[in-house]
Design a protein around this ligand. Structure first.
Ligand code: ADP
Ligand code: MG
Length: 257
């Protein structure tokens, strides 16, 4: 398909004897360019492992991840980020010795070998344009007033936004978000929802893992459901909600359409 963007092609990942993703035949699904995909499934279904496989933090035991025809399975993860794949972590990551602004700046792809100097507080000399970009992105995600604050002072929602801001420094073409609303207040969830909808309108392809189905099914245009590392269902939010396999295995009667 010409609009096929990201293709998970018979991917399997084993940890010792555990088949975390892919079962016997591997997991396959495609993400269309510009789409907003919700990735759901019970705890342990393999969602975070799948993100690690797509972003190159882990290599598949078998199968491939292909971005616009390029096999990522053989690329180092640093190179994968420069191809335009950004990702956040289920547990937000921050450099606690750095200010909020510096934590955003470290997402820049210009940083390269300067990382050590950044960690030593070397961002005083950061390029002005880069700093402005970090300030603009931070304002966009609602962190404008927190720029000089230590990250230890940030709320759960602010830490999630910081992770997104750091990824936006590289202007990703596809952004993988792992449980972005976990530990986030309702007002931050609204901010996050608006941000994701806007990014998607601007052309960023999104794949979002969420337990908060109300949040996700309202904004995703398609949904992939994993169970035991395998594809249980795939389709529009309405199709997935109505799929008896999904209702039985995951959504439960309360969430059925
Ligand atoms: P999810 O994000 O859907 O909750 P995960 O991808 O975190 O699921 O985990 C899928 C399965 O793989 C789980 O059984 C988990 O314990 C296991 N797993 C994940 N990462 C590792 C690892 N690094 N080593 C061993 N087992 C792992
Ligand atoms: Mg997970």
């Amino acid at each position: 398909m010409s609009d096929q963007f990201l293709f998970v092609d018979r991917v399997a990942k084993r940890f010792g004897g555990l088949k975390a993703v892919g079962g016997d035949n591997g997991l396959s699904f495609a993400v269309t360019k510009g789409s907003f995909v919700g990735l759901i499934g019970p705890n342990g279904a393999g969602k975070s492992t799948l993100f690690n496989l797509i972003s190159g933090f882990l290599k598949p035991t078998s199968g491939r991840v292909v971005l616009e025809g390029r096999d990522l399975s053989t690329c180092p993860s640093s190179e994968i980020a420069s191809l335009g794949i950004g990702r956040t972590f289920q547990t937000p990551r921050a450099f606690h010795s750095l200010s909020t602004l510096d934590n955003v700046l470290v997402g820049s792809d210009n940083i390269g070998e300067n990382l050590v100097s950044v960690l030593n507080g070397g961002w005083r000399s950061a390029d002005a344009a880069l700093k402005q970009k970090a300030l603009d992105i931070s304002a966009r995600v609602g962190l404008k007033d927190r720029m000089s604050a230590s990250v230890s002072k940030l709320s759960g929602g602010e830490l999630r936004m910081l992770e997104v801001a750091r990824q936006l420094m590289r202007s990703p073409r596809i952004l993988l978000l792992d449980e972005p609303t976990a530990g986030v207040t309702p007002s931050f969830q609204v901010k996050l929802k608006n941000l994701l909808v806007d990014l998607n309108k601007e052309g960023v392809t999104l794949v979002v893992v969420e337990h908060n189905l109300r949040f996700l099914l309202e904004i995703a245009d398609s949904v992939v459901v994993l169970q035991n590392g395998q594809l249980l269902s795939q389709g529009s939010p309405a199709q997935v909600r109505a799929d008896p396999k999904v209702v039985a295995a995951y959504l439960g009667a309360d969430n059925a359409a």
